[in-house]
Design a protein. Sequence first.
Length: 371
Amino acid sequence: MASLVAVIGWDIGGANTKAAFLRMENGHVEETRTAIGYFPMWRDFEKLGSMLSLLYERVSENADVDGVGLTMTAELSDAYQTKREGVAHVLKCAEEAFAGLPVHVLDVNGTLRSVEAARLDPLKVAAANWVATGWLVAHLARTCVVVDVGSTSTSIIPIINGRISAVGKTDLEKLIAGELVYTGSLRTNVAAIVHSVLLRNSKVRISSELFAQSGDVHLILGNICEEDYSTETADGRGKTRKKALARLSRIVCADTEILCENEIEEIAKYVYERQVEQVADGLREVYSRVKSLTDSTVPVVVTGLGRTFLAGIAARKVGVDEVIELEKLCLGDAFVYRMPQNPLACNGIVMASPAFGVALMVADKLEGRLV
C-alpha cells in the first residue's frame, strides 16, 4: 500500500521567512515548492502569526498537510530582549498559525521536539536552522563541508562520515569555531566588510553609517539581479543598478556627481574581494579541521543565494579542488529521496535549504524512518 505524506518546513528568520512544501510517496519526493517572504521582525514582530498564515496558504496551495517542521533564527532579532523571549514568541505564533497540525521543532542536536518541549528548553531550538541544512547534505555527500550563504550570514557546516561534525552548537560557539560568519549576500552593511577602500590612488576611510549593503555591491557587479534583492535597501529607494551606485558612493561621503561610474565599480570590486575573504577565513578554519580527520577528498557543497559568487569563490581561494552546487547533488542518484527532474524545484531547495531539510525530517518521522 502506498505511503503518502505532505509536510511544510519552515525557516523563520529575522528578515526572511522561508517555507518548503513537499509531498512524498513511499519515501520519494513527488512534489515540492517553496515560498519566501521578506518580514523584518524588528519592525513587525507582532504580525508574525498573520504572515505565517498567509505564507502557509501560498505554499500549500490548499493541499492537505500532515505536519509542520520548524526551525528559526528570528529569536536573535532585537525585537526581543532575550533569545528565550524570541523563541517563546515564535512558538506561540506558529501554534496559532498552524492550529490543528502537529508542529515539530528542530533543536541543535538534530532532534525534532514538540512545541511544549521546545518551550521548556528554548536555547536548544534557537538558531538551529543550520542543522537542517547539514542533515540534508549528509544524505548526499558523506564527508564534505557545506557553505550556505544567505542574505544575512554564512553557515559553514562540517560533515564527516554522513554525520554533522560541528564544533559549535549555539551562535556564539559557532562564531568562535569559524562555523558562522556574519556576512551575507544582501543585508550586510558595507562598513562591516571594510573600514577603507582604494580610491584615486589613496586608501580612503569610509563612513560607518548604513549607506550601502552587500546587495548593492553584488547588484552593481552583476552577481545578483533586481529580483534577487529581496530585502529593503539602506535608503528605502529602488533596487536598480543606478540606485545601487548612488548608495555605494555615499560610503566615502560622495555621490554620483562627485564619483564617476567606473570609480564606484572599483569600490564595489574592492568590497567584494574583502567579503570573499571573510567567508574564506571561516572556511579555511573549518576545512583544515575536517581535512585533518580524513584521508579522503573533501568537497565543498555550496548553497544559498551567494553559493557561486561568495561560497564558490571563497572555496577556490582556500584551495578546495571540488566545489559542488547543492542542486546538482539533489538531482543525482545518491539522493535516496529522489527528486522530480525540475530545475525550479531544485532552485527552491537551494534558496530555502533549512526549510526543505526540516520538511524532509518531519516526513521521515511521520513515516516512521526518523527520530
